[in-house]
Write a protein that binds this ligand. Sequence first.
Ligand SMILES: [Fe+2]
Length: 307
Amino acid sequence: MKTSALARNPFNDQYKIGTPFDLDDEPAYQSWVEEKMDNYPQHIEDIIVEVANPADLSTAEIARITQLCKKTNMVIYAGNTGTDDDKEIPTRLGRQFKLYLADNNRGADDGITALRVVNDEWRSEYIPYTNHLIHWHTDGYYNAMNYQIRALLLHCVQPASSGGENALLDHEIAYIHLRQKNPAYIRALMAADAMTIPANINKQGEIIRPERCGPVFSVDADGKLHMRYTARTRSIIWKDDDITRQAVKQLADFLASDSPYIFRGTLQSGQGLISNNVLHDRSAFEETGDTRRLLYRLRYFQRIAAT
Ligand SMILES: [Fe+2]
């Protein structure tokens, strides 16, 4: 097979050898899948871990969350902090899994962010600060390849009066689904030019973010699978070939299905999601009276420790 220089992904080429994500190593993949799917949870209740104080977990709670995240790349923690809006709660939770925030600035788009409906100048242009639905994605898919978001933490202070539900899917399950359908889909989505996000240019014509091109699936230096994805159809350019189109369609169909591996739930006060940046969406929501939805979002360049 002829592979163009552009389609090769230096990250993947360098790191995937010896991992289950090497398409040329079927035995490594098969034994990984066997272990991965053994006892894989199929209900959201199975990934909820009750904790006493999220800011100061017990050794047993840390062990339980780590063990589950190893399997599913995500856990819903349910703590007792209610509507306490102290940002230290999720910050300290993260630290217990060796997740450390980078400098918080808008350009790098990382750090801790209060997600709520805001009507100010620049935020109202971004869907996360509205009550609209957000399609399936992983966080920071538009970041440069060396600033990818490996872990994502969402902490709920106050849910909406209605709506605001998240759907969640382990990106490794998405990989397995596509590879079982056709390994060529994986090859297409691992190409370095699979998915391009056009430059973000504001009304004044300033470039906020340059064009970013990269693979959907890639393998980290530590041999872990990483995924960049957005289901949005505007402001995204997929590689213009048949196999990429088919792969993207298969993935979209899977995300729109009622697969038992897609978990759905609405975070309640004191609950949060800790994840290795799994696929997620958010339904639209309504706010009534004094009920204002507030979630904290923390993004990290590291993965959850020991997962
Ligand atoms: Fe997100």
